[in-house]
Each structure stands twice: as C-alpha cells, then as structure tokens.
Design a protein. Structure first.
Length: 342
C-alpha cells in the first residue's frame, strides 16, 4: 500500500487549457487507499524495463531529478510533485494530447525483479495520468421509485498512462516500468517528451530485439539475396520461434547453425544484424537467458501465413517437407500432405 499520494490537473497548453496544482497531499481512508493501490499497481504486467536518460547529464532529466530528491527526502514529495506536473504540462506539444489528472504516489517496499533475476523489495514512486472519461449510471431512490442520471468518471479497469520508478540503480537512471494505453496520435509525449526513457539492456530487451531483427531479415533481406519461397520463409520463422520456446538460453552460434544452417545465409544475417545495431544505436548480446514473456509478445508477429490471391490463406505451423509447390496447365499450386483431418 502507498504512504503518500497527491493529484494535479494537467491540461493541454496548446489548447489553452490550464494547469491546476494541489497544495497538499490527499488524505484517504484505508479502503480507498487499497482500491487505488490495486488500480495503480495492477497496470504493470510486462517485464519490459526502462531507465531515464539525458542528452547531457542525468540530473538534467527533470523527472529523474525530481524523483531522486524524493527518494533522498520524502518531505519534498509535494514540492517535487508540482515540478513533475509543471514538466508534464510543458511536454504537451500536440493538440491531441488529452487533459487529465496526474497522480504522484509513494510506495514502500514494492517487489521488483532486478537485472540478475532476483526479486528485491524497495521503495518506488508512481506517476499516473488519467485521461479518458467513461459514462456510467447513478440510480438513486426517489419517493416510491428511483431516479436515474448519467455521469462521467474514471474507469478502474485500465490506467491511461503510468510509470513506476524503483529506487534501484540510480547511477544508470533507475529501473522503471512504463505503459501508455492512450497514445492519442502522439507516441512521443509520455515516453520521450515527458519521461525521456529508453529500454534497459536486459534479457527481455535482448530476446525482443534478436527476434525482431531476425524477423526483418527473413521477411525483407533474405528474399533479396537468395531464392526462397514463401514456404521457406515461413519455415525459417517457425524454426526460430521454436528455438526460443525450447531453449532456456540463447547462444548465437547454436541459433544460426540450427535455424539458418547455410553458411552464406548465416553470413548475410550477421551483416544484417550489425547494420541493424548501427542504425538503431544499440548492441544486442549474443549469449543471454531467454525471456519467455518477450517470446510470447513477439510470437504474435511471427505468423507464418502464405496468402494466395484473395482465395486462400495457408497457415504453416511446422514440417516444411509436407508442403510442395509447383505449376501445371491450371496455374501455380501448393500440395499439402497430412496424416489425419481434424
């Protein structure tokens, strides 16, 4: 449960909306604190982690600087919450960014998983912004009947924007969990313009990026350099995702030998990966523990589908040898072999 909470109303300055700052913390009953605590914390379901950064020095990142002050001295909580709200107000440079309430919350002894995979307890600071309003009905007794009226409020099903900053690894920009469920046409507002965060180099990041660069290679580069059919591409995608699902640890040499096999293809992928790292200004490790949640998330983009005109879709889940292609007087065809029909 949190020990401190305050709220400010943050409008969109581009649209001429105001910033309304609260002068004191909220004082809530335990029941309301538990309700809000669950609402805030349950928003974070991904293992994806971030860290603050700055183009110069970390202390020049406004949110990093503010939360550092609070972690050092909790008496600065309200003052720094106002600084964070002012920065959020200034960060809105798109008229489509919606106004809303910004909550700053101090949690004591929250559990998070550190870079070495160990669970640790530490204090954390949450920044939450509610933007969407949903309609609901209020039913009140009226004489011998009831009165129904419509009202609008904040849904407790999903937070719009959230960041949870753990008091850990301060020197490298802290450890953060960040979500944005309401981008509203501006993908930079929360992550970049306000928080200024980047993904941490951990097993989730390496798993995600390796699968991403491999998928781009198979779907974009491989057909340019080699004669491969759509069925071959689907086979490569299936083998790669199965490798990640079956192994606990990724080893680059094992991966390319088992999945790509051919030396020329392996060399092409190595060059493609190097170019990708240079373009994205990242470095992807070649040996790392595989993160299962990252695999599940990326698997959605590894759909091995062959689309034939507008008539048929062939979904390929395995065994490339049971699929043949050819051409006769009637046109191109695929021949599928199977043991039983379900």
């Amino acid at each position: 449960m949190f020990s401190k909470i305050t709220v400010h109303r943050v409008g969109n300055k581009i649209n001429g909306e105001s910033l309304t700052l609260s002068q004191e913390e909220l004082q809530l009953e335990d029941e309301m604190k538990e309700l809000l605590g669950n609402y805030f914390i349950n928003a974070f379901k991904s293992e994806e982690q971030f860290q603050f950064y700055s183009d110069s020095y970390l202390v020049n990142n406004p949110v990093y600087s503010a939360v550092s002050e609070i972690f050092e001295d909790k008496s600065k909580f309200q003052w720094e919450s106002e600084n964070i709200a002012k920065h959020l107000y200034e960060a809105a440079e798109n008229p489509r960014v919606q106004a809303g309430e910004m909550f700053l919350v101090y949690f004591e002894g929250e559990v998070f998983e550190s870079a070495d995979g160990k669970s640790e307890k530490t204090d954390s600071i949450g920044i939450f912004k509610t933007e969407k309003r949903e309609g609901f009905l209020k039913i009140n007794p009226q004489d011998e009947s009831f009165e129904i009226e419509r009202d609008f409020g904040i849904s407790l099903s999903k937070i719009d924007k959230a960041a949870l900053i753990y008091n850990s690894e301060k020197e490298s920009g802290y450890v953060l969990s960040v979500i944005d469920n309401n981008k509203n046409g501006d993908i930079y507002y929360w992550f970049e313009d306000f928080l200024k965060v980047k993904q941490r180099d951990n097993e989730y990041f390496y798993t995600q990026e390796t699968l991403s660069v491999y998928k781009d290679f198979i779907t974009q580069k491989l057909p340019e350099e080699f004669e491969v059919s759509k069925a071959d591409q689907a086979d490569f995608l299936n083998k790669s995702i199965n490798f990640f699902k079956d192994k606990e640890e990724f080893k680059y040499d094992d991966f390319v030998k088992e999945v790509l096999v051919d030396d020329s293809v392996i060399e092409s992928f190595s060059n493609f990966k190097s170019d990708y790292e240079q373009d994205m200004q990242i470095a992807i490790a070649e040996d790392f523990p595989i993160n299962n949640q990252a695999v599940k998330k990326q698997q959605r983009h590894f759909k091995s589908i062959i689309k034939l005109d507008k008539n048929f879709h062939i979904y390929i889940h395995g065994d490339r040898d049971k699929l043949e292609t050819g051409q006769d007087d009637k046109g191109k065809y695929y021949r599928l072999y199977f043991d039983e029909e379900k």
